[in-house]
Design a protein around this ligand. Structure first.
Ligand code: ADP
Ligand code: MG
Length: 297
């Protein structure tokens, strides 16, 4: 809506996990390198955790690009509220297995053939599960069994489980001890620090076609960091709303007043919010208590 007004070639703060807008913070870079290393060295199970909106799905999309580029076969389960038989069907579909996809036995047989053929060609195969904290026990147990395929050189199927921190707690359960023991790599995404939030905003503006940031003054970016608590999804939502507000007011620069309006509309909470509202003469009590963070991808 506001793209032409600000001179953007595309929307800078889209909420989709688009690798083209990937900002390589030190921790994102390190996590991606770890995922790639884990896959290439055939380590077996890898776990990626992070709070909602910290960039897990975006990271998996980057990994997906890497796997495509290196012609590594993979299955990507983005819906984790599934039954075991649905999981086998989805794996068979993604890996294009020629078998009766509704038969677990046939899928496992065909998968085994594929894994052996791939490894003979010097390649591995990957199973990626996003939102893995939602997986049911019985599905996790099936996934653990899939991790059993191996030869002398290592595991034949690399499994990446990505999810919210509950995933770690789930994997601590006594009945998942066997699976937990097989996890060889763990990556955790944390919210950005202030310098990263600023760099993140600038990177996105740049990728959208605004080389020099002229819309968000430095003190505003500091305040965006405080209110988003460094969570990329919230940074995006705030910045997008700010640009929309500025556009509506025909202003090319965003202000702290606009930010107040935006974060009120978003019903956002952050440490020290009450203090700031009191000093600005606004009543904190008219605001709702919790941020409405969309769960999911
Ligand atoms: N490193 C990053 N570079 C660019 N955008 C990011 C990055 N991390 C997160 N985002 C953006 O933040 C939003 C939430 O990211 P997402 O990957 O969906 O988080 P999660 O899966 O952890 O809930 C998306 O709009 C995504 O584009
Ligand atoms: Mg996600």
């Amino acid at each position: 809506m506001y793209n032409a007004f600000f001179g953007f070639a595309e929307s800078p703060f889209n909420l989709s996990p688009d690798p083209a807008f990937f900002y390589r913070s030190v921790q994102h870079e390190e996590a991606l390198a770890n995922l790639i290393y884990g896959v290439q060295s055939r380590k077996g199970f890898i776990v990626l955790t992070g709070e909602v909106g910290t960039g897990k799905t975006t990271m998996l999309e980057c990994l997906r690009d890497y796997l495509y580029a290196h012609r590594i076969e993979f299955a990507f389960l983005f819906n984790s509220r599934i039954k075991p038989e649905e999981m086998y069907e989805m794996i068979a579909y993604d890996l294009d297995l020629r078998c009766d996809r509704t038969s677990k036995t046939e899928v496992i047989y065909a998968l085994n053939e594929l894994l052996i053929q791939q490894v003979a060609e010097g390649r591995t195969t990957v199973l990626i599960v996003d939102e893995a904290h939602n997986l049911e026990w019985e599905v996790l147990e099936e996934i653990r069994m899939l991790g059993n395929f191996e030869n002398r050189g290592g595991k034949l199927l690399q499994v990446i489980l990505a999810g919210q921190p509950e995933l770690d707690r789930k994997l601590d359960a006594p009945n998942l001890r066997q699976l937990k023991q097989r996890i060889v790599l763990r990556c955790n995404l944390k919210p950005f620090g202030e310098a990263e939030t600023v760099e993140y905003i600038q990177t996105r503006l740049e990728k959208a076609g605004m080389g020099d940031n002229t819309v968000f003054p430095p003190d505003l970016m500091t305040e965006i960091h405080v209110r988003s608590q460094g969570i990329p999804r919230l940074v995006n939502a705030i910045c997008d709303n700010l640009l929309l507000t500025a556009f509506a007011l025909e202003s090319r620069v965003c202000s702290v007043e606009m930010l107040d309006e935006v974060t009120t509309d978003m019903r956002l909470e952050w440490p020290g919010r009450r203090l700031r509202l009191r000093s600005s003469g606004l009543s904190p009590d008219v605001r709702a208590p919790q941020p409405q963070l969309a769960r999911g991808n």
